[in-house]
Write a protein that binds this ligand. Structure first.
Ligand code: 13P
Length: 254
């Protein structure tokens, strides 16, 4: 799409605080002044403030892995959008398949979280994707369309442009099975088409659509060579400094 690729690492529930801070320092030192690729990391909540301090003033963004849909209140154990913003986040993952499948998050909750994030100027990385069964039953487009429709319900056009959408087929997450670049591009085109129909071509083209699922240095270039893949959401390979740097490097010479 002619955009600078946007590469984000989702650390999930990994690393210690010390390892995370060291990682962030090395990332910053390695990328300083030599890389135009926009990158980001989503560490666990408890690391956010320390890591944001390390990355302040760099071109590496910090995102949270989740927020609650309410702005405050009696929600024991939850973290609000404003709290992660205060900890230095510019982005937040919303609707990750692990949240949907392991913690029972449904579309209406995800929709409310997206609205809350946007209301405090936090950019959602809205995750969608089908399971293996859904793909095998030929329901990929149906599933993705419903996730998009329900997740974006009631969101103004000018806000939609702020979104990053991450297409992460559930069967490719943590399994070593990457969607082929063509398979991924096909769903990305479908997503772009959905956005074009609903919000017009300009907005649709402005939205970053990332691919996620077993991304590694070896498949980065071929994935990003696809016309509809604007970036990558990286899990396992984003907690290994060398692999993550190689991915960012491969992305920058796209
Ligand atoms: P893996 O890269 O480990 O497959 O994880 C992808 C993911 O879930 C990123 O959000």
């Amino acid at each position: 799409m002619g955009k600078e690729p946007f590469i984000v690492g989702n650390w999930k529930m990994n690393l210690t605080l010390e390892e995370g801070v060291e990682f962030a320092k090395s990332l910053r030192n390695n990328l300083h002044g030599k890389n135009k690729t926009i990158s980001g990391i989503c560490p666990p909540f408890i690391f956010l403030k320390d890591i944001s301090r390390v990355l302040e003033g760099s071109n590496i963004c910090v995102g949270a892995q989740n927020i609650h849909s309410e702005k405050n209140g009696a929600y024991t154990g939850e973290i609000s959008a404003l709290m992660v913003k205060e900890a230095g986040c510019t982005h937040v993952l919303i609707g990750h398949s692990e949240r949907r499948h392991l913690f029972g998050e449904i579309d209406s909750f995800i929709n409310a979280k997206i609205k809350t994030a946007l209301s405090v100027n936090l950019k959602p990385i809205f995750c969608i994707g089908e399971t293996l069964t859904e793909r095998e039953e030929g329901r990929t487009e149906y599933v993705v369309k419903n996730q998009l429709k329900n997740g974006l319900l009631g969101i103004d056009n000018n806000y939609v442009e702020e979104l990053v959408i991450a297409y992460e087929p559930v069967w490719a997450i943590g399994t070593g099975k990457t969607a082929s670049p063509e398979q991924a591009n096909e769903v990305h085109s479908f997503i772009r088409g959905f956005l074009t129909d609903g919000y017009g071509k300009d907005i649709a083209n402005g939205v970053y659509i990332q691919y996620g699922g077993s991304v590694k240095p070896e498949n980065t270039r071929e994935l990003l060579a696809q016309p509809e893949i604007d970036g990558l959401l990286v899990g396992g390979a984003s907690i290994k400094l060398e692999a993550f740097l190689k991915i960012i490097d491969a992305a920058s010479i796209q």
